[in-house]
Write a protein that binds this ligand. Structure first.
Ligand code: PXP
Length: 243
């Protein structure tokens, strides 16, 4: 089975927030991504609102026709927001205001009671719940214990190892993700993966049997900016010529 692609549109909002104006709109980017054939849209509503805003998620809920995955921290405020907006799925992630991007998975084993409560509230409101975790036995077992529907394995360590050319580390991470996918599915958990995946390193992760969906943001937005540059400049020259 070919793995599904959920496109994370956060960094369209990063470009918009650099100017605090209305463009480029991540909602428009999501529609284009869907027209191109992706099977889901992901957005991370951070507590510091550095890129995606509440308004984006509300509009995405009204426009995304594939699957809307809301990434968020497991706080009361965010849970209330999710219950109100009704994404198809919430992926719970750890969050720190000082990080540039998510730096690893949730420590589910250390927060069993707190997460079980959050997950029950979301599931009682018909929202599927995914936990972003490192590919480790203790975290998979804990994800099962707290009642998650999905886990998303953190592929950031794998991506860094690819960048550094550390072949042993690459093999170790692939094996860990493979083994933990088998374990998670044995427990009845569905499996996603993501973070740091790009055009060069996606293959071995997409090929892992049992992974349903991969979530990719930065590399797709980065490529869109570059592949769109030629047309964007030509369009501006045309606008100038017509003035
Ligand atoms: N999955 C999760 C849980 C994330 O937090 C992120 C980054 O927001 C991604 C996937 C996508 O990562 P990237 O932008 O590196 O493709």
């Amino acid at each position: 089975m070919t793995v599904k692609l959920s496109v994370n549109i956060d960094h369209i909002a990063t470009i918009r927030e650099a100017r605090k104006i209305r463009e480029p709109d991540p909602v428009a980017a999501a529609l284009l991504a869907e027209l191109a054939g992706c099977q889901g849209i992901t957005a991370h509503l951070r507590e510091d609102k550095r890129h995606i805003q509440d308004r984006d998620i509300r509009l995405l809920r009204g426009t995304v026709t594939t699957k809307l995955n809301l990434e968020m921290a497991p706080t009361n405020e965010m849970v209330q927001f999710a219950v109100n907006v009704q994404p198809d799925m919430v992926t719970l992630v750890p969050e720190s205001r000082t990080e540039l991007t998510t730096e690893g998975g949730l420590n589910v084993a250390a927060k069993v009671e707190e997460l079980a409560k959050v997950i029950m509230t979301l599931k009682n409101n018909d929202i599927a719940v995914c936990l972003f975790i490192d590919p480790e036995t203790e975290q998979v077992k804990s994800a099962k214990k707290v009642g998650a529907d999905f886990v998303e394995f953190y592929t950031g360590k794998y991506a860094t190892a690819c960048d550094l050319g550390s072949l042993q580390e690459v093999d170790r991470e692939i094996a860990a993700i493979q083994d933990m996918t088998v374990l998670a599915r044995k427990y009845g958990l569905r499996v996603n993966a993501g973070h740091g995946l790009n055009y060069r390193n996606v293959g071995p992760i997409a090929a892992i049997e049992g992974i349903e969906e991969i979530c990719i943001g930065h590399s797709i937005v980065g490529r869109a900016v570059l592949t769109g540059m030629d047309k964007a400049v030509k369009d501006m020259l045309q606008a100038i010529r017509e003035s």
